[in-house]
Design a protein around this ligand. Sequence first.
Ligand SMILES: [Zn+2]
Length: 857
Amino acid sequence: MSSPSAPSQLSPDPFRLPDHVRPTRYDVRLQPSLADATFSGEVSIELNVEEPTTSIVLNAIELEIEAAQIDGVDVEWSLDESTERMTVTVNDPITAPTATLFVRFSGILNDKLRGFYRSTYIDDDGAEHVIATTQMQATDCRRAFPCWDEPAFKAVFGITLDIEEGLTAISNGSEIERLSGAGRTVIRFADTMIMSSYLVAFVVGRLETTDPVDVDGIPLRVVHVPGKSELTQFGLDVGAFCLRWFQDYYDIDYPSDKVDLVALPDFAAGAMENLGCITFRENLLLIDPERSTQHERQLVADVVAHELAHMWFGDLVTMDWWNGIWLNEAFATFMEIAACDAFAPDWERWTSFGLERSVAFDVDSLASTRSVEFEVRSPAEADGMFDVLTYQKGGALLRMLEQYLGATEFRTGVSHYLRKHAYANTDTNDLWDAIEATSGEPVRRLMDSWIWQPGFPLIAAALTDIGGVPHLELRQERFTYGDADSGTSWVIPVHIRTGSGTQIVVIDSNDPVTMPVSSSDDLVVVNAGGHGFFRVAYGPELRTRLADPRSLSELDTLERYSLVDDAWAATVAGRIPAADLLVLLEGFVNEREYGVWQAVTIALGGLSRLVDGDALDAFRSRVRNLVAPALDSLGDPSPDEPDLTGKLRGLLTSTMGSLGRDTATRQRCRDLFTSARNGMPVDAELLSAATTVVARAGDKDDYDHMFSGFTHGATPQDKLRHLYALAEFDDAELVARTCELAMSDAVKTQNAPFLLRSTIANRRHGAASWEFVKAHWDEANERFPANTIVRMVDAVKLLTAPGAVDDAARFFAQHPIDQAAQTLEQILERQRVNTALLARDQAAFAMFLLDASNQPR
Ligand SMILES: [Zn+2]
């Protein structure tokens, strides 16, 4: 374990601004020119001068500075591009306790989706329109105006925008003044609370806003490009629900005067928690509930909830430095699931979070994983924090803590933390200490073992006899896909259910823990409820008991999910042969819960990549036998069925049609796809499944229909469904066409990297797609947002043909991804793990499948 060290006092820190001069208030006035993608501006910054000084250092980059004054007197300035700093110097020391720095500047609206940037859309008449918008996190506010661009320099921001008449402008605060004349409009916005520069936002363009919804006195609106007002109601409903829910949960009023949810055509991240002016990708806010899948609606609900959760946790109370990003995002993820679960209880959001947690488990099983928190000196070092270990593992750790303490205790601690540190900055320990103070539990010791150590434990559970009494023995070790590691231990609260009820046992060393069980044939569930961030390996006796169909029906959905997911991970790790896993999966033929099928189908997908030819045909037949009873039992969609029933029908249909290659299902999918094309209403879950199934078996005509669905789709979700289906075709020429398309202007640069990722994941044509990406590497790096490059190559981990590992290693040795070096290392290690799995299990699994005596009975 380690903790961040204090910055050196000896030499100026290149990453932390000196703090003897601190801003208290900014008055920013900006005049963007959309037509030529430029802007000019002025900023007046009120300063506290804590000791006499002849220099003031702040951040600025890619700005043309035209004038600088202190208290109305012209002063010298210099810019240092390497440190992104502006230094203002005076001859006589500033001795007054306060001063005002004025700077006049100009800049360009860039196309890199950072700072003050340009987004575009085409209207119904084919004309292109420009939106000037912002994305400041982490350190790009300095590209919009000179500022103290570090989270701990909190100040009030007063924003004024001078725009062309007829455009719409919004910012963090409400509009409070508007002056028009000479073809321009000057809009002044209400002051923000004191906050960090990375939360500043302004958006200017030809935009529409909904009427405000009054949420207990707070006006809530959705802002969007013209013509999409019919897609706003769901976002407003979720927003209003969450705004009330969070005020109640935190027991603190919303800290600003209004909320605008802004859908943008170009956005590098998913969404951004700018105070009162939250920006989103269009498909994460604008949706038609009648024509979308549950997953698509859930994404909108998740993201709206996530960003609103930040208004308190992140915006009101902010990390002191970028090492705290993990807690900011982990907490917002936890709250997102909690709020979404309250918004739509029948979605069973904590159960589906199991899948997201599994994605974190997967990375955290690698030698190249990292600890959740780590020391961060330069802001760039924190770029690697925006990953599954921060969001999903971090969120899961908070869920485990909440379930250990109890929901009320946890919430009381969080509320105490937010009140104590409102308008200020904190370290991770401040949260643990606050929850410790209100709950009396040793929270810091428990959480430190999870956030400062990489990896996670596997708990081995077995029955043993002590003095004639049956006992359960539990032992922890680190779970890895490679060599086991000894010595690491975690403080693990383990929920255990036996015949006599559920109890929590805390395991805090590598020594085994034993407890009596009432009867030696008791059903024992370790990680009862399924909330712990660990995997479980049951001894043979306990496993046999659990796998019995009668026992399975006594487990809740997340417990059954975990049983399957742990087994799949054990196969990847070489602990359970592929054939044994398939037999275990076939035991779920009576399963009817979506969450469990999610785990089953992921494992089936992984197994399918181990075999080819006749063995693959035999495997497909077993998939059909496993899936058919559940799919048949669902029958046709009905209007009042639960959302998860429709979702399960969609999942099983696509599994049957794609993995199972079932002829009847494929025909049905084709019929549904055609009906939808002809304007007939088709159940959205089935249509989404049918789109993938048709693409995977499709020809050139189908490709053209998909393409037209992408360009003419009625909703953002519709367009994306068709776009990503273009990567699924089983035809070299068509997949190559998709790769070319991704590099063209027809696909937004926010989506193109994900399209290319899907082409690399294509089972038969992934290798050729990877060759394409390599050949276009420089172009891709120039075109696409920097944070998406590593996501584009994520599917390289699926390339397991002979030589593929060496080829990828060689390529990235010459083409490193500096902004995501560790994530890249994880992808390459995962590729080696997949290659080893194939080498280890391929032959035996094929023999098992082809041996008629192994057919399921
Ligand atoms: Zn967030």
